[in-house]
Design a protein around this ligand. Structure first.
Ligand code: SF4
Length: 370
């Protein structure tokens, strides 16, 4: 009896594919690609604060309150200044990222209160609204695990939002990866992703492989995302991210997933999600990026022409020209997209503010192209 693709046993079998069957797996996944071009979004990365209530064993973004050298919080004037610069580079997405529930830490809380905000979500709402009113960019926010009410508020001012599921493994909550990270409780993360589905928020999520999860847990994580997508249909893209050991992190001496593990995971994700864009960040795997095009990757994600990837500062973004060359060489065209995918550009999914802005952006884009 053949197993359903949507059973953990079948996915485990596929993730364990060996020899020439790996090539067959890649070819099958590649045939499921959504379109013949590979998309990317030209963005600017705005790390509002590097303080975070969590302490993940693989994180290089978070700073300790005692040792922070940079400013604790990016002020509104700085945000607008950066966005204005991004406009000049033709960026169309303002990516807001920050440490989760940073308002739980006194240095952030004090500044927020002095600025007249209760918490990071209120502050983020203000900045997204400023972005809509004063710039030509569309906000995309990654606010961490937040309530349904907060998601509802942020939906008004965001084209799309994101939260990496990473893993559904509860077991990792007592390992070096997540033992100091209450926000990495899979239940909380699933709840946020499901609530975004209930509210019809176009959503980006993904899995992180190589942080101590086993193959069954990896399969279960993909299946949980499939279950949510079947129920709500709001997931526009799924990122497959690989753990990278870096000097100074708690997991510095842990083994990274091999290239084959990554290839198989990307291919299996594409088979499970023929209806969702599969994304592999090219800056994390530049030397091997082309190979992922052979196993079904649809999208390179956000690529910034002017800001580093603050989450992976040692991995600079490729120049867009370089990305185009390596995409073309593999037989695909590179195509710019907005922070929200076309199938979600409707009043069901987007506020009037965002829809009006998209209209304006598309008109000015068409004018520039003429
Ligand atoms: S990975 Fe994210 S949640 Fe974890 S410590 Fe770093 S910034 Fe915080």
């Amino acid at each position: 009896m053949s197993l359903s693709l949507y059973s953990p046993e079948r996915i485990i079998q596929l993730l364990n594919t060996q020899g020439n069957d790996i090539l067959k797996l890649m070819a099958e996944a590649s045939s499921k690609r959504l379109h013949s071009h590979i998309t990317y979004s030209k963005n600017i990365f705005l790390p509002l604060t590097e303080l975070c209530r969590n302490e993940c064993g693989y994180c290089t973004f978070r700073k300790d309150p005692e040792t922070i050298n940079n400013s604790v919080l990016m002020y509104p004037s700085e945000v607008i200044l950066r966005l204005k610069k991004a406009e000049k580079y033709g960026c169309r997405e303002a990516l807001f990222t920050f440490g989760e529930h940073a308002e739980e830490l006194a240095p952030v809380k004090n500044i927020l209160n002095n600025l007249g905000f209760e918490d990071m979500v209120e502050y983020l709402y203000h900045l997204c609204l400023e972005t809509i009113k004063k710039t030509s960019l569309l906000p995309h926010s990654n606010p961490g695990t937040i309530s349904l009410e907060n998601l509802k508020m942020l939906k008004e001012v965001n084209a799309s939002m994101g939260l990496m599921l990473e893993t559904t493994s509860q077991r990792l909550m007592s390992t070096i990866a997540h033992e100091k990270s209450p926000g990495k409780n899979p239940w909380l993360r699933l709840q946020t992703i499901e609530n975004a589905g209930k509210l019809k928020i176009p959503f980006t999520t993904g899995i992180l492989i190589g942080i101590g999860e086993n193959i069954r847990e990896r399969a279960e994580t993909l299946l949980e995302l499939r279950r949510i997508q079947d129920k709500y249909g709001h997931i526009q893209e799924i990122i497959i991210q690989n753990f990278q050991s870096k000097p100074g992190i708690a997991m510095e001496n842990y083994r990274e997933p091999s290239l084959l593990e990554l290839i198989k995971t990307v291919a299996v994700a594409k088979l499970i999600f023929p209806d969702v864009s599969i994304q592999v960040p090219p800056n994390l795997n530049l030397e091997t990026a082309q190979i992922f095009l052979m196993c079904g990757v649809d999208d390179w994600g956000g690529v910034s022409p002017l800001t580093p990837d603050y989450v992976n500062p040692e991995a600079p973004w490729p120049e867009i020209k370089e990305l185009e060359l390596l995409t073309n060489e593999a037989g695909f065209k590179l195509k710019e997209r907005l922070a929200v995918y076309p199938q979600y550009m409707s009043p069901d999914y987007l506020s009037d503010w965002i829809l009006e802005k998209i209209d304006k952006m598309e008109n000015s884009y068409k004018t520039r192209k003429q």
